[in-house]
Write a protein that binds this ligand. Structure first.
Ligand code: GTP
Ligand code: MG
Length: 518
């Protein structure tokens, strides 16, 4: 607003990014690239995303960055500090994917995918842009109540992409792109912003991300540091990374192990515009008509950002990042899913995705879901477990073999016993006659009889609980014996009487005669 009474002033147009740049040959050939930007709160992550688009001539379009609203609980807390509140209104509260493009879809693509092509034409005019670049803006770890609360979802975001590739649950378009050789689905690189030097929480964050994807550390807000401070910070960060055992990705070395000595690690970047003083200097040297152009964009402060952008968005650099990320995926997959069959190991409660014990983050917060870092930490434990499993499998085979032998022995014994019993039955029935014709009963036969009698007695007892029938039967049997005896005695007695009868009759007569004689 201008006061009507004041002198007329030159009003600068509002600074905005160009709506559409011309396509570059390099940009038309770049495949898919997914860049995640991570670090502390307020370190300049969202600004870096915008600055990359500004610095990269190959990016012709970026979707609007929709600011994420903070939750009401956090917002109410921040009403106390107006300055902090102002900053928080622009701060990122959720993981946000922002798509950009370096190229249009080729002619044949629009023919093959007519529905999608028509949808995109509606929003973008005649040219159908391929959103081959994805920036992933993340909340700063200082935003939550504990750093780990922010770190874990970001790490899980990266890992979830690897999981999707592993489980084959990619969307149709992702599957098409991947199989079509246009690049992967995974996060290809993390631009990790560091403020002056690495804090323990940065080490923890980097340690969790490093097994999953490429890490490129960046020294943030380099425009605020003098050249001497910059050099000192770079050396310090390199040493800290080395001490923490974190190997950053480097474009300038063939082996990532030597990246610690790479002077570009970390890239000293700035997302700030050139200072007012520099702008005024440039203004005096520039054509006024150019400054008035709606496409004019205030240049960025000098830093190593253009170098980083040139390397990452070159054909070779982007392919290198993708290939290196794919190798990380293979390593992650091998660590998470060992080649041994899973079902054999699950009953022994091998630490797996579902059974991994909860980890404790730097803040003491529990992390429920296992991450690749957790798996890497337990890798040695898994190796030990696998040795035990091999032993267990051998033991299992041995015990199965001995069990089988035992049952076969039992079966053989049972069969022999059954055959003997059948043989005895046949002999008893008379269907089978012993060769020697002897009627002598073998001891087994005797043994066989005894249980039979016992069995009948038991059966009788069972049918005659009071024993009355048994008594009657016994009496009957004994009665017959008595009758037989009586009969025998009767017969013998009769015969004896008959034989001695005459003699006894004669004898009294003789005696009478003798008495009479007397
Ligand atoms: N001087 C200078 N200021 C910067 C730079 N990058 C960002 N800023 C400023 O730092 C403040 C925070 O920037 P953001 O980009 O919102 O930081 P952020 O990391 O996204 O913040 P959160 O989303 O809250 O985590 C803004 O006021 C930016 O203008 C830089 O390179 N140099
Ligand atoms: Mg942000």
């Amino acid at each position: 607003m201008m006061d009507s009474g004041s002198a007329p002033q030159l009003v600068m147009p509002s600074i905005k990014m160009p709506s559409r740049r011309p396509f570059t040959e390099n940009g038309k050939s770049i495949g898919r690239l997914k860049i995640l930007i991570a670090g502390d709160s307020g370190v300049g992550k969202t600004s870096l995303c915008k600055a990359i688009v500004q610095a990269c001539e190959h990016i012709v379009h970026i979707d609007p960055i929709v600011p994420q609203a903070r939750s009401s609980r956090r917002s109410s807390k921040r009403t106390e500090k107006s300055a902090a509140s102002r900053r928080d209104s622009n701060s990122t509260s959720a993981i946000t994917e922002i798509f950009a493009s370096t190229k249009p879809y080729p002619e044949w693509w629009t023919q093959l995918n007519e529905v999608q092509a028509n949808q995109r034409r509606k929003s973008l005019g005649d040219t159908v842009l391929e959103r081959n670049i994805c920036f992933v803006d993340t909340p700063g770890y200082g935003a939550g109540s504990s750093a780990i609360e922010t770190i874990v979802p970001c790490v899980e975001y990266v890992e979830s992409h690897l999981n999707n590739v592993s489980s084959g649950s990619l969307s149709e378009s992702d599957m098409l792109n991947m199989l079509g050789g246009d690049g992967g689905f995974q996060v290809d690189v993390v631009f990790y912003l560091i403020n002056h030097n690495i804090k323990p929480v940065d080490v923890e964050y980097l340690r969790r991300l490093a097994p999953l994807t490429n890490i490129i550390p960046l020294l943030a807000q380099a425009d605020k540091l003098s050249p001497e401070e910059l050099a000192a910070c770079k050396v310090q960060i390199r040493c800290q990374l080395q001490d923490a055992g974190i190997r950053p990705f480097s474009f300038s070395s063939s082996r990532q192990g030597s990246s610690v000595s790479d002077p570009t690690v970390p890239y000293a970047i700035s997302s700030a515009d050139v200072s007012d003083r520099d702008v005024n200097l440039e203004l005096s040297q520039m054509d006024a008509s150019l400054l008035m152009s709606p496409d004019y964009v205030q240049p960025l402060a000098p830093s190593e950002l253009p170098l980083l952008v040139a390397q990452a968005f070159s054909l070779n650099g982007s392919s290198w990042l993708r290939h290196s990320a794919a190798k990380k995926y293979i390593q992650w997959r091998d660590a998470v899913n060992p080649s041994q069959p899973k079902h054999l190991y699950q009953p022994l409660s091998l630490p797996g995705p579902g059974t991994m014990p909860a980890l404790t983050g730097t803040s003491g917060a529990l992390i429920g879901r296992p991450t690749a870092l957790a798996l890497a930490r337990t890798h040695n434990r898994q190796e030990d477990t696998q040795f035990h499993l091999v032993d267990w499998a051998a033991d299992l085979q041995r015990s199965l073999a001995s069990e089988r032998a035992r049952y076969e022995g039992i079966a053989r014994g049972e069969r022999a016993r059954w055959l003997t019993a059948r043989l005895n039955e046949c002999v008893k029935d008379g269907t089978l006659v012993p060769v020697n014709g002897s009627k002598e009963v073998s001891p087994e036969r005797k043994r066989e009889r005894i249980p039979k009698q016992r069995h009948s007695r038991q059966t009788m007892h069972h049918q005659d609980p009071l024993g009355l029938l048994q008594v009657a039967a016994d009496l009957k049997a004994k009665g017959w014996v008595a009758l037989e005896y009586i009969g025998c005695f009767g017969l013998i007695g009769g015969l004896a009487y008959f034989l001695v009868r005459d003699r006894w009759l004669e004898q009294p007569v003789r005696l009478a005669d003798d008495w009479t004689r007397l």
